[in-house]
Design a protein around this ligand. Structure first.
Ligand code: ADP
Ligand code: ZN
Ligand code: ZN
Length: 848
């Protein structure tokens, strides 16, 4: 008989698939997309069947241990999509598939070590001085314990124990066996009770059961009350709790043939507050136009992408809801992606109100079981709509009619901390194009890339230029903090002249301007809500002149230079350009060049001193790390218990509080001066978003923005609510410097504990890559120190590759060059003993 082979993609960092033999019993079960348990090295791993080769040249193939799925985990569509992700983001296919599988579903095996030694005491004595490692291992295993390799390593604080363990096994001291762990995610099974036909008859005429103990009688009665022809069984535990019954009475009734117990799989659904039916909303003309275009596209059954640009509160979500309603009515399904942070119960409730149990939610704060169940409901077609954060783009829905990406510009769609480093927005577009479906990208502040795609007509632009209610756009004031400082100085001078006190060495430094202070005071009096933004992320390494706002930038890359405290110089982390920091400001000769930025905590203190009676809530990474903390803060603020909500960019997104009439930005510079080519775009988006939090009702809204850069173009356009104007200017600058969307950026990062080694490896890779770029079809910058050059004692070097869309439109040339360079580098670095880490990040979001 012919051999039967399958190719398996495994979650290992090797860019290939592996061929196995299938035994005759398992052959009928083989379908691509099913998971399989296979031996790999000394262990067992779960992989996915991705191919059925007719022949193979590989020898010594091992047999598959088991086929794990009844229905394939991955449809042919999903195999195609994950394959694309694997190639585009330079990640092994098996690792992509693992990322797209619900957590806790994979089985893996572990090596378990046990002591089989007879005379433990003697060996302990003998090894005490001569072989301390063996001694410690026996000690750890004594008393019949079983430990995994990793546990032993941890106990011994040892780097490598394989050799010692092997030797101990040969001496017959220990046994090493492989054990396959169980999957953590399992369907939940519950027991249900129902009346049998006999039982029903007995309750009806009663004579045959009149002699029963009252406990059993009441169970029969209640079972009859709670069941009907539609619901013929009730879950036992909750039933017994409700009626204070006991399981033994039920079991007796089962023996008498009156009650039946059955087991069913149930789905865990996360609970949300009771949901009222949604209000009937008639769409306005702009919304209706957008909806019509989307519906035309979804019924046409071909791929199409829309950019729905609508200012905050213009009714975008309502358009999504109506479009989904239409899609569902036509028997199709939909995915809605929202940034993790906006996946609040508020949003979910709104969708549940419209679509009830047709919606399942997927997000990272759910338990493994809940997430698994949401996934299974989609997989089995039990729900039609999945709403979730980034990874919900992998939802196993079939027949998708529409994918919505709300806040499409949001950087959280890009996974940056683990492979695959995918952008869910871009994956959505690829998924939709592969299955001929429709994508709606929605935002009040679209990304420059998406906006450019409407100009070149890859996407169709739909606009909602007005707010749905009577609310007007807020008025915006920009406060020049250098000016403010001069004013304080003048006042102080006057005061000192009068009081004849000595002049202070350092000027009193306030993060809150006179205007903002007055505005806050007024709101507190009128009991209106205040939101204050202080985004302190990152920027602390950029020098800014506190007198005039001057910032040193790289002449080649137009990004802020960052200050290195160890080497005491300013550096461009894109191209490596270095210069000495100027002793005085080159523009105004001031010596006040500073890197200081107030954190949210300091601002809170200052506010509390200024307004002792005000209740201030702080929302940042520190105050929202525990589960539910984020929502608790929002509830407190919504109810009016607190006056001021102060926080990082978390306060800028998606919140809808009618009582807020003032938004203050403590420093717009934190975002503007990030050493990143998207800094201006980020500023425009953040300020526009946070400004949108003010005046969402008939109360007029005001926004106060403080900055040392009052003339910056991103602020100018925020002030005028001028989205087009901003993107025109921004795209011009991107074109000049070859930044996306005019180029494709790939960031290659090398990191490790020894700086010279990291540099050496980065340089070696750069040289290989340069060899494949003889005609300069792309630009290689670096290697240079990353903007944050060292994190927890790990040095980081970046190589920034700009692939020009003119000379390499498809990106294939760079792709193949990177693959070749990577292969050469890996081949030449066999001895790097895992001390150096290399990451390829395609279309990176942040470049820090
Ligand atoms: P966005 O998603 O653009 O911020 P929403 O869809 O959330 O806007 O709409 C903002 C508010 O206005 C919501 O409370 C929504 O119910 C309401 N709304 C949306 N469309 C209309 C409409 N055509 N008429 C009246 N109210 C509407
Ligand atoms: Zn200056
Ligand atoms: Zn530079």
């Amino acid at each position: 008989m012919n051999q039967f082979f399958i190719d398996i993609a495994l979650p290992v960092p090797v860019d290939r698939t592996f061929t196995y033999i299938v035994s005759p019993e398992l052959q009928p079960l083989v379908i691509p997309g099913k998971r399989a348990l296979v031996p790999f090295g000394k262990k067992h791993l779960t992989g996915v069947i991705v191919g059925l080769p007719a022949t193979t040249n590989n020898r010594g193939l091992k047999p598959v241990t088991d086929i794990l799925d009844a229905k394939p985990t991955f449809s042919p569509e999903m195999l195609l999509l994950t394959k694309w992700i694997s190639e585009y983001y330079f990640t092994p296919w098996g690792e992509v598939l693992k990322a797209a599988t619900p957590q806790g579903l994979s089985q893996e095996s572990k090596m378990i070590v046990r002591l089989i030694l007879q005379d433990i005491k003697a060996v302990l004595q003998a090894t005490k001085n001569s072989a301390p490692q063996r001694h410690a291992i026996i000690h750890a295993l004594a008393g019949g314990k079983s430990l995994t390799f990793t546990q032993i390593k941890q106990k011994l604080h040892a780097k490598s124990i394989h050799a010692v363990l092997n030797e101990m096994q040969q001496r017959g001291w220990i046994s090493i066996t492989e054990e396959i762990g169980k999957a953590k995610a399992k369907p939940k099974i519950e027991r249900f009770a129902s009346l049998t036909a006999l039982g029903l008859k007995a309750v009806m005429d009663r004579t045959s059961v009149s002699s029963f103990p009252s406990k059993q009688l009441s169970i029969l009665e209640e079972l009859k009350n709670e069941t009907s022809s539609e619901i013929n069984a009730v879950e036992i535990n909750s039933f017994l709790k409700r009626h204070h019954g006991s399981l033994s009475s039920v079991k007796t009734l089962v023996k008498k043939g009156l009650v039946n117990i059955s087991k069913h799989e149930v789905f865990r659904r996360s609970e949300y507050d009771p949901i009222e039916p949604p209000p009937k909303i008639a769409l306005n003309a702009n919304q209706q136009h957008a909806l019509n275009e989307i519906i035309n596209a979804t019924t046409a059954g071909s791929f199409k992408a829309f950019l729905l640009h609508g200012i905050t509160g213009s009714g975008k979500t309502q358009v999504y809801i109506e479009a989904i309603r239409n899609v569902i009515a036509n028997g199709k399904t939909a995915i809605v992606l929202v940034p993790e942070i906006s996946l609040t119960p508020q949003t979910v409730r709104r969708f549940k109100a419209h679509f009830g149990n047709n919606v399942a939610v997927m997000h990272s704060q759910m338990s493994i079981g809940e997430r698994y169940d949401a996934w299974r409901m989609a997989h089995q077609g039990k729900v039609k709509i999945i709403i979730g954060a980034r990874s919900a783009i992998f939802a196993p829905l079939e027949n998708i009619g529409l994918i919505v990406i709300d806040e499409e510009h949001d950087s959280s769609y890009k996974q940056y901390d683990a492979a695959p480093r995918y952008n869910a927005r871009d994956v959505a577009l690829v998924r939709a194009s592969q299955i001929k479906s429709v994508v709606v990208l929605g935002s009040a502040t679209p990304s420059a890339e998406s906006y450019a795609n409407t100009i070149n007509e890859k996407y169709m632009l739909l606009e909602l230029p007005h707010r749905v209610d009577t609310a007007r756009l807020p008025t915006i004031d920009i406060i020049d903090m250098a000016e403010e400082r001069r004013r304080i100085y003048e006042e102080l001078k006057k005061e000192i002249e009068i009081s004849a006190k000595p002049f202070p060495r350092r000027l009193p430094d306030s993060s809150i301007s006179y205007l903002l202070k007055t505005q806050i005071a007024g709101r507190l009096e009128r009991k209106e809500g205040i939101i204050l933004l202080q985004n302190r992320r990152g920027f602390s390494h950029v020098m800014e002149c506190y007198e005039c706002g001057y910032v040193e930038k790289c002449g080649n890359c137009e990004v802020s230079l960052t200050f290195h405290s160890t080497k005491k110089h300013l550096r461009c982390h894109y191209c490596g350009f270095v210069k000495k920091p100027p002793p005085v400001c080159p523009k105004c000769r001031s010596t006040e060049l500073r890197m200081h930025v107030f954190g949210t905590q300091q601002v809170q203190q200052e506010l509390q001193e200024l307004f002792p009676k005000a209740v201030i809530l702080r929302m940042d990474r520190d105050t929202t790390s525990s589960k539910g903390a984020h929502n608790k803060i929002l509830k407190q603020f919504e109810s009016g218990e607190a006056d001021i909500l102060l926080g990082t960019q978390m306060v800028a997104k998606g919140l809808d509080f009618p009582r807020v009439t003032l938004v203050g930005v403590i420093s717009a510079d934190t975002q503007m001066l990030l050493p990143d080519f998207r800094a201006s775009e980020g500023t425009f988006q953040l300020l526009t978003q946070v400004a949108g939090r003010a005046g969402r009702s008939n109360l007029a809204g005001e926004v106060v923005i403080q900055t040392l850069q009052p003339a910056h173009y991103s602020l100018k356009h925020v002030l005028l609510h001028d989205f087009r104007g901003f993107y025109q200017e921004e795209l011009e600058y991107r074109r000049e410097l070859n930044y996306p969307p005019f180029s494709r950026i790939v960031l290659v990062e090398f990191s490790g504990e020894k700086e010279n080694e990291v540099q050496h490896h980065a340089k070696k890779f750069t040289d290989f890559l340069t060899d494949h770029n003889k005609q300069n079809r792309f630009i290689i910058l670096g290697p240079a120190d990353a903007a944050i050059p060292k994190i927890r004692n790990v040095y980081r070097k970046h190589i920034v590759v700009k692939d020009l869309k003119n000379s390499d439109p498809s990106g294939l040339f760079l792709r193949s060059a990177l693959l070749k360079a990577k292969a050469q580098y890996e081949a030449s670095s066999l001895v790097i003993h895992k001390k150096i880490r290399m990451i390829i990040d395609v279309d990176p979001q942040g470049m820090m």
